[in-house]
Design a protein around this ligand. Structure first.
Ligand SMILES: NC(=O)c1ccc[n+]([C@@H]2O[C@H](COP(=O)([O-])OP(=O)(O)OC[C@H]3O[C@@H](n4cnc5c(N)ncnc54)[C@H](OP(=O)(O)O)[C@@H]3O)[C@@H](O)[C@H]2O)c1
Length: 310
């Protein structure tokens, strides 16, 4: 089968011909329809992780997927052959069986959830790792109706989902976006205000929320500059590893987010997609044969998500 994989240190990922995995006990085999590019994949491709994470080459890239179940292993009772499922590959170990940019993936049945009728592969694929990170960030902020929430990185995968979840929780959302298409996009997701991240974000936010914002989602940009926009007692949830020390504020809470995917969270996100309450723009969808172009598109400036399709 085709898989976008790294065969050794210091070698760039490329489309390889690898053996199709067999589902083990408790696993399902999924014929992948679509998967998405995430920052984690870029970190692996750049070689940042070899001294930190257990790995065995070839390492297949990709973390999330949507597709049809073609086989199930022993003991799987909740998912059946023919089900369309979405999932995020669990764990941090890297190898031939731990990537989703492939024609087939075997993963734990407990890591997938059925895709509701009416949700197509592209809509479902965007809610994977980015959706869970946004979910976890918004949950960590414990947003109360009427609060003001700044979402930095609102034009990307995590941020555009966080804008919608924060607005649904009753927040007034300030989103980072450049004027024009980006601004229109984040407003269509529920942002009440926008600030141009190529300018002075702190000053622009102060002009909107003079007493400071209540909460911040940090999915891009400088954590210290963003923390400076918080009122005392506010919370910043960071998917970029910011800490209270690093942002230089002792009077706010900084919550580091490590996305923890569960089938329940994915089902809740897909439920919102099914009712039309959650969507993400697909910036581009590129066939697996041209996966390197998808990685270039991810770093080259995009609106929403970059998908890799069959
Ligand atoms: N900890 C976790 O569990 C976890 C999980 C998922 C993601 N992440 C991390 O979270 C971050 C966001 O992920 P993502 O998938 O949403 O990435 P993304 O799609 O690249 O989103 C980032 C967005 O922010 C924009 N941007 C660039 N510079 C900015 C700035 N200074 N201020 C505000 N916005 C800016 C980007 O625009 P351009 O595309 O034009 O540059 C892009 O639209 C990544 O670093 C990713 O690795 C962490």
């Amino acid at each position: 089968m085709k898989a976008f994989a790294i065969i050794d240190r210091d070698i760039q990922p490329d489309v390889q011909d690898l053996p199709q995995p067999e589902p083990g006990a408790g696993e399902v085999l999924v014929e992948v329809e679509a998967t998405s590019v995430n920052g984690f994949d870029l970190s692996i491709a750049a070689g940042y992780v070899w001294d930190m994470l257990p790995h065995e080459f070839p390492v297949v890239l990709g973390r999330d997927l949507v597709g049809a179940v073609t086989a199930v292993g022993d003991g799987v009772e909740t998912i059946a052959v023919g089900d369309r499922v979405a999932g995020v590959i669990p764990g941090m170990a890297l190898g031939a069986r731990t990537g989703s940019i492939a024609e087939y993936v075997a993963l734990a049945a407990t890591a997938v959830t059925r895709v509701p009728a009416g949700v197509d592969a592209q809509q479902a694929a965007v809610i994977g790792l980015a959706g869970v990170a946004a979910h976890d960030a918004v949950e960590a902020l414990d947003i109360q109706p009427g609060e003001t929430v700044l979402v930095s990185g609102a034009t990307g995968g995590v941020g555009s989902i966080a804008v919608q979840l924060a607005a649904a929780a009753g927040a007034t959302v300030i989103a980072t976006a450049q004027p024009g298409q980006e601004e229109e996009y984040v407003r269509s997701l529920g942002a009440a205000h926008t600030v141009d991240y190529t300018g002075d974000v702190s000053a622009a936010v102060s002009a909107i929320a003079a007493d400071g914002v209540d909460k911040v989602v940090h999915a891009a940009g400088d954590g210290a500059a963003l923390a400076a926009t918080l009122r005392a007692g506010g919370i910043l949830a960071s998917t970029l590893g910011a800490t209270a020390e690093a942002v230089g504020r002792q009077d706010v809470t900084v919550a580091p987010i490590m996305a923890e995917a569960t089938a329940g969270k994915l089902a809740a996100l897909l439920g919102r997609v099914a009712t039309g309450d959650l969507r993400v723009n697909v910036s581009t969808a590129i066939p697996i044969d041209r996966a390197p172009e998808a990685f270039a598109a991810f770093t080259g400036g995009k609106l929403g998500k970059v998908l890799i399709i069959r």
